[in-house]
Design a protein around this ligand. Structure first.
Ligand code: NAD
Ligand code: UDP
Length: 312
């Protein structure tokens, strides 16, 4: 098949491209390199089945493809809040353009949505039926409300134009290739510990997250895309940790003498988050296989290689 991956030079997009290329598909990677990096797809640049297009999805584009995995959107609060209006445009105009493309060429359309659509949840763990508790005027709204409207657009194109959609709600995912300056918690703690700097826990560290390893997530993507179920489906690892526990685990793995310090909690930071993955289990026969300790070890190895001599 000929498959378009938007945001393909980013963290998750590049792992997805590895899977699709290895399976023998033709892949077109579309990216504006805002948080993506050519290094992530370097290994495919000379392959005749691979094509790279530098393009901003807020502008329309005409291509002929069979499937679209739509991932383009900065995912780290640091990057999506840097230019919030652009984040909204990427989620609204960008998703609209990609759905328009899917409609024109009758391609199956996969939307990378997020657990952020649940906001600061009153229901725990979060199942797909929960409608969320999101602040429409807060600092995270450009991203979480942006993704909510992206889901709305996908379902309206499905009902109105019969576009064949799949919607996944991704819970916090980590792994090799996260940028050193990504700003999300796992990469921050790893980089800080490797540089001998204090680990910065925001607030008292009692807020929780559930961390899924990248390869597990990508397996879930492929299963959903090739199933008959439209979604939305939660894909994530139900293992739930406080941020302080995560800091301690990273510290103990890299540098037991590293200090843990506290910084102010950003506004609207969700108190807790854990996926109910009953749907993924029963409909896709999917569940995560990589435990946190193992995934962290693989991620730390990758950061050490990239950061070289600067590490402890
Ligand atoms: P990332 O920031 O590494 O990748 C995003 C990619 O999209 C980058 O390559 C970036 O350059 C590109 N991009 C951004 N805006 C663009 C635009 N206007 N036009 C073209 N390209 C653009 O993030 P990621 O972690 O790989 O996330 C990928 C997708 O998965 C995002 O849609 C994100 O919202 C979703 N997601 C990720 C997580 C996670 O934990 N990693 C959780 C929930 C949802
Ligand atoms: N966080 C932290 N220190 C950091 C970066 C993040 O304590 O250096 C916290 C953040 O406040 C949040 C959690 O870690 O409670 C996860 O943050 P991340 O940005 O990775 O993802 P999200 O908040 O979008 O789930």
């Amino acid at each position: 098949m000929r498959i378009l991956v938007t945001g393909g030079a980013g963290f998750l997009g590049s792992h997805l491209i590895d899977r699709l290329m290895t399976a023998g598909h033709e892949v077109i990677c579309l990216d504006n390199f805002y948080t993506g990096n050519k290094r992530n797809i370097l290994q495919w640049l000379d392959n005749t089945n691979f094509e790279l297009i530098r393009h901003d999805i807020t502008e329309p584009i005409r291509l002929e493809v069979d499937q679209i995995y739509h991932l383009a959107c900065p995912a780290s609060p640091v990057h999506y809040q840097y230019n919030p209006v652009k984040t909204v445009k990427t989620n609204v105009m960008g998703t609209l353009n990609m759905l328009g493309l899917a409609k024109r060429v009758k391609a199956r359309f996969f939307l990378a949505s997020t657990s952020e659509v649940y906001g600061d949840p009153d229901v725990h763990p979060q199942s797909e039926e929960y409608r969320g508790n999101v602040n429409p005027i807060g600092l995270r709204a450009c991203y979480d409300e942006g993704k909510r409207i992206a889901e709305t657009l996908a379902f309206d194109y499905y009902r109105q134009n019969k576009v064949d959609i799949r919607v996944v709600r991704i819970f916090n995912t980590y792994g090799p290739r996260m940028l050193e300056n990504d700003g999300r918690v796992v990469s921050n703690f790893i980089v800080q510990a490797l540089q001998g700097k204090p680990l910065t826990v925001y607030g008292d560290g009692s807020q929780t997250r559930s961390f899924c390893y990248a390869s597990d997530l990508i397996e879930g993507f492929i299963r959903l895309m090739n199933s008959d179920y439209v979604g939305p489906v939660n894909i994530g690892n139900p293992g739930e940790y406080t941020i302080l526990q995560l800091a301690e685990a990273v510290r103990d793995m890299i540098n037991p003498n590293a200090e843990i310090i506290h910084e102010p909690l950003p506004s609207d930071d969700p108190r807790r988050r854990r996926p109910d993955i009953t749907k993924a289990k029963t409909l896709l026969d999917w569940e995560p296989t990589v435990p946190l300790a193992e995934g962290l070890k693989l991620t730390v190895e990758d950061f050490r290689k990239r950061m070289g001599d600067a590490t402890i």
